[in-house]
Design a protein around this ligand. Structure first.
Ligand SMILES: Cc1cc2nc3c(=O)[nH]c(=O)nc-3n(C[C@H](O)[C@H](O)[C@H](O)COP(=O)(O)OP(=O)(O)OC[C@H]3O[C@@H](n4cnc5c(N)ncnc54)[C@H](O)[C@@H]3O)c2cc1C
Length: 404
């Protein structure tokens, strides 16, 4: 039997390895780029957050709630790490559950998979862009501009639209739609939020702990806590990714409330600032020892306090206002960032059209899909790659087991 796999990213490589476990199965892995796992090599800021020990319990979204559960139970994070370990990859888990390669290099994950794919029954075709799939009575013909691959089973693992600079494209959606499948609305997720706050350029690169609440027309839309990073045009970092799903989509006035000191009450912070009135420190040092100095200066300015004078000369009400700004700063959010900046696509091919136990299409027997092309997206922190490994291996295993 020949199993064709379109897409040599995370889920496609996982599917190929599972399918090839049966020596009598021939696997043809088709990748349009010049290298396997190009996006994988850029994940986790080059560190690759390849799994999360908490994945499997919660952390996934899509119109069909719980479609992901079977794959995550069949190939759990623990089982996935053992699979990687068997291939030679050492990993380390952080207290948050996030798992990284011990080498701290995303390249090692991609390379370990690439080496594992060097098997007599796996053929890798690089630079092969599948443009058309033709279904004959019991086979598939996958056509690129130059070549045609024929197979008995076909797995579409083309990924999503997110990260367009790294190969994200509409290709997988188009190929599956042409075979009769449908797609939900595609939106960028795990993405920075754009803001019109004037202080952003001076805060660029500053990282801080923060509790974030996003409001739409004054009503709480999403919230979370963790690391926030300022960029020239907006807000980024894990806490922003966590709350970014569907923000600024579909109209309305969007704002974001930032609490830079969630562990302190407003009263404790005000008392601390008032205590500084007994010093000879300049006003520009009001938040020194509490917050990043650039952030402290911006918040001091937001309270209308001049940086030129001394803290001792600042009126008490102004110090209370500075404390309030640090505890509850409201910034306006503007339009969402595009797919190029997103880490994952929310939405995708409708999962109701697939069997969750096998990843096989309900519409086209012998056709399978896995990974981001489906309407499943995970939280920030290794959930998306875990979905790619689990769904890819389930698709590969199921396609390999089915009778040709
Ligand atoms: C910058 C960035 C950082 C990220 N960091 C993390 C992280 O740390 N942890 C985490 O869990 N997730 C992370 N993600 C998300 C994660 O990388 C993806 O969810 C995951 O790679 C999806 O796997 P996939 O196999 O479905 O798609 P991909 O890995 O995107 O692979 C799809 C492959 O199919 C190929 N392809 C597409 N169309 C065709 C065609 N017609 N013919 C042939 N080949 C085709 C593409 O070239 C690509 O190689 C990150 C994403 C980005 C963009």
């Amino acid at each position: 039997m020949v199993i064709g796999i379109i897409g040599g990213g995370a889920s496609g490589m996982a599917a190929a390895l599972s399918a090839a476990e049966d020596q009598d199965t021939q696997v043809v892995l088709m990748e349009r780029q010049a290298r396997l796992g190009r996006k994988l090599r850029a994940t986790g800021n080059g560190r690759c957050n390849l799994s999360n020990l908490r994945a499997g319990k919660t952390g996934y979204h899509g119109e069909e709630a719980g479609f992901w559960r079977f794959a995550l139970n069949r190939f759990s994070p623990e089982e996935t790490l053992a699979w990687f370990r068997q291939m030679g990859l050492y990993t380390v888990a952080e207290a948050t559950g996030r798992v990284y390669p011990y080498s701290d290099q995303a390249n090692s994950v991609a390379d370990i998979l690439r080496f594992a794919l060097e098997k007599p029954n796996i053929t890798v075709k690089l630079g092969f862009e599948a443009e058309k799939i033709r279904k004959t009575a019991d086979r598939f013909r996958v056509e690129s501009k130059e070549e045609t691959v024929e197979c008995d089973r076909l797995i579409v693992a083309c990924g999503g639209l997110a990260g367009t600079g790294l190969g994200g494209s509409m290709s997988g959606y188009k190929l599956l739609r042409a075979l009769g499948h449908h797609s939900t609305k595609l939106r960028p997720n795990l993405v920075q939020l754009r803001s019109s706050w004037g202080a952003l350029p001076s805060l660029k690169g500053v990282r801080t702990n923060c509790a974030v609440s996003v409001f739409r027309d004054g009503e709480l839309f999403a919230g979370g806590g963790g690391e926030l990073q300022f960029t020239e045009y907006g807000l980024s970092g894990p806490v922003i990714f966590e709350v970014s799903r569907d923000v600024c989509q579909g109209g309305g006035d969007w704002t974001c409330r930032l609490d830079f000191l969630p562990e302190l009450t407003g009263q404790t912070l005000t008392e601390e600032l008032l205590r500084r009135k007994n010093t000879h420190l300049p006003a520009s040092e009001l938040f020194t020892g509490i917050l990043h100095n650039r952030l402290g200066r911006v918040l001091t300015g937001e309270a209308g306090i001049s940086q030129q004078g001394l803290i001792r000369d600042i009126p008490e009400e102004a110090l209370a206002l500075a404390a309030e700004r640090a505890k509850s700063l409201e910034v306006t959010l503007t339009q969402p960032m595009g797919m190029d900046a997103a880490q994952v696509t929310a939405g995708g091919i409708c999962t109701e059209e697939f069997f969750e136990e096998t990843m096989e299409s309900r519409l086209v027997p012998g056709l399978y899909a896995c990974g981001e092309v489906l309407d499943v997206d995970g939280d920030c922190g290794g959930y998306n790659l875990q979905w790619a490994w689990s769904s890819g291996r389930l698709a590969g295993e199921s396609a390999g087991r089915s009778k040709a």
